[in-house]
Design a protein around this ligand. Sequence first.
Ligand SMILES: [Fe+2]
Ligand SMILES: [Fe+2]
Length: 317
Amino acid sequence: MQNIAALEQEFESKIERGISIEPKDWMPEKYRKTHIRQISQHAHSEIVGMLPEGNWITRAPSLRRKVALLAKVQDEAGHGLYLYSAAETLGISRDELFEQLHSGKAKYSSIFNYPTLSWADMGAIGWLVDGAAIINQVMLTRTSYGPYARAMVRICKEESFHQRQGYEIMLTLSKGTPEQKQMAQDSLNRWWWPSLMMFGPTDAESTHTAQSMKWKIKLKTNDELRQQFVDITVPQAEILGLTIPDPDLKWNEEREQYDFGAIDWEEFWQVVKGHGPCNKERIAARKNAFEGGAWVREAAIAHAEKKAARTELKKAV
Ligand SMILES: [Fe+2]
Ligand SMILES: [Fe+2]
């Protein structure tokens, strides 16, 4: 029987050597808890994230747009599914995870608490929100917990389709009539700052960063990722001929990166604490879906039980 110190040493050494941690491996309780928090928060974000865009499926301007948006929203459901399964490998049940979401104990990405007011928002979300998600998630394909890292590989491939379909909507609108271009600009104005907030608090304020970097749960800090996003996105806005709503945004020759204005952290914390424009609506929609789906879960359980009983019967014969 190995003692705790030896197990801890073995664990740390695996992390250092880049060997992934698997569900049956020994792991510190805090590592397990951190992962349950992070993976479930991610899973909740995927399924809550279906709501703002789901709002526009029936109003897509053409069949082609409808098919693409439908596929995108379905992909997000799939992402939720992989991630809930990854969280379950850490010893928490799906019911507990949903209970945490419905009671407000678990968080999800605040970006989904903003409303989708126009068709252009489908463009801005794909371009900016999925774009920001990719930057966070590419890093996670190399995270230390095996099931999480593997889920992220497939998710990232799908996210890049989401980003492109969004950007293409923006491109079409910005090359369209003055009204369409204005619609795209208005959408960029509303989604730009919340997208920058998606990377979380500044490094100085982030409570989880240091430990998460040590355990290779995170490989880059919030501020590094945010900077990367700005540097990638500004030239894309230029191609669209749209203006990023930040008067302080400018290229810094010395750093070879963009400088950008201050984020309204007051707004960020208000939304995190549940006071964003759509927090209540989103949770109500999720609870409704969960309750509405109760009969499906009951039927599936009854079917599985019948099947198991039949197998038992066959074995007995
Ligand atoms: Fe996703
Ligand atoms: Fe996505």
